[in-house]
Design a protein around this ligand. Structure first.
Ligand code: ASP
Length: 327
């Protein structure tokens, strides 16, 4: 009798849990944590994605929670410790693969603290400078960099961020040291670049394109191995063309949930993500900013996880060889 009661209670518990999962998101808002400040490149992607996810998530409101600081570590750690119920997600970039090598004592484990939901896009970076920079070509800028060793202020979004990685690789390739100026995201870094408080910044096209178009900053090169097709950026040389052999950084964004989120909920979010990635409005907005929306095997959780593991394997020797660590 006692056994029967336990079995019945267990069955009830299972069916209540299953029901809760079936009801997901059930009218409750879903939060996407952006580990950088509002108005920057990761925020831009997250806000466009939130809009595209609303319909496939049954009309749920998808809200953005900016949790900036420490090059994305604070926001990522918050999601790693959040309730694994599908209502708190993380959108983060290549930092997920580079932070473990770039920074000591990261407050989360990329491989084991998250469920992988799919890659969203790939985004090139641009090397930009304050509007008063006299150089009119990348060659002239390179001459200025060489002549001003130790006197250049280089912005970044904190240790471990994409702009930090790109800046470190650039300094290593140029055999020069610049003064790093950390911000909580590249949105405030660009504001200071426009104001002339810093000299240089390496940042995603999703953030820099509008400023380049408005001629508020000067753009000198792209970080991809090929020139970009976007009309606004197509005339910028690649850093490889400009003589920095092997220089290649492309930023990608992925969506994550805390480890232990129920499988049916993960499937629902991944299904919704795949619909969002085909949303014509989302694709158009992203392409207009120089990003390429993911459509390959990386949009599946397995493909995403494999890709991040491959990126960790790819970047950790590069970071180690360049000797670019941060405490
Ligand atoms: N993605 C930027 C970086 O890592 C920061 C940001 O999104 O604001 O530099």
């Amino acid at each position: 009798m006692k056994h029967l009661f336990v079995l019945a209670a267990l069955a009830l518990g299972v069916s209540v849990a299953a029901q809760a999962q079936q009801d997901y998101p059930g009218g409750k808002p879903v939060t996407i944590v952006v580990p950088f400040s509002a108005g920057g490149p990761t925020d831009r992607v997250a806000r466009d994605l939130a809009e595209a996810l609303r319909k496939p998530l049954g009309g749920a409101s998808v809200v953005i929670d900016n949790v900036p600081g420490a090059g994305s570590s604070i926001g990522a750690a918050k999601v790693a410790r959040a309730k694994p119920d599908g209502y708190t997600l993380l959108l983060n970039h290549i930092g997920m693969a580079t932070i473990p090598t770039l920074v000591r004592n990261v407050p989360f484990k990329v491989e084991t603290d998250f469920e992988y939901l799919g890659i969203v896009n790939d985004v090139p970076m641009t090397l930009i400078a304050r509007p008063s920079m006299a150089a009119n070509s990348y060659a002239e800028l390179a001459g200025w960099v060489a002549a001003n060793k130790g006197r250049i202020n280089l912005g970044n979004a904190g240790v471990g961020s994409a702009s930090h990685l790109c800046g470190l690789l650039y300094q290593s390739a140029m055999k020069t040291d610049m003064t790093p100026v950390p911000y909580k995201g590249t949105a405030p870094a660009v504001t200071d670049l426009i104001g002339g408080q810093i000299d240089l910044l390496c940042d995603q096209t999703t953030n820099t394109s509008p400023q380049i178009e408005a001629k508020k900053v000067k753009a000198y090169a792209v970080t991809t191995s090929k020139r970009l097709a976007t009309p606004l950026l197509k005339d910028l040389p690649t850093l490889q063309e400009a003589g920095l052999r092997d220089f290649q950084v492309t930023i990608w964004h992925g969506l994550y949930a805390p480890k232990g989120t129920p499988a049916p909920v993960l499937k629902q979010i991944n299904d919704a993500l795949k619909v969002a990635l085909k949303d014509p409005d989302f694709v158009k907005k992203q392409e207009g900013l120089g990003a390429v929306v993911a459509s390959d095997g990386r949009i599946e959780p397995e493909g995403h996880k494999k890709f991040v593991a491959a990126e960790i394997a790819k970047w950790s020797p590069v970071i180690k060889a360049a000797g670019v660590y941060a405490d």
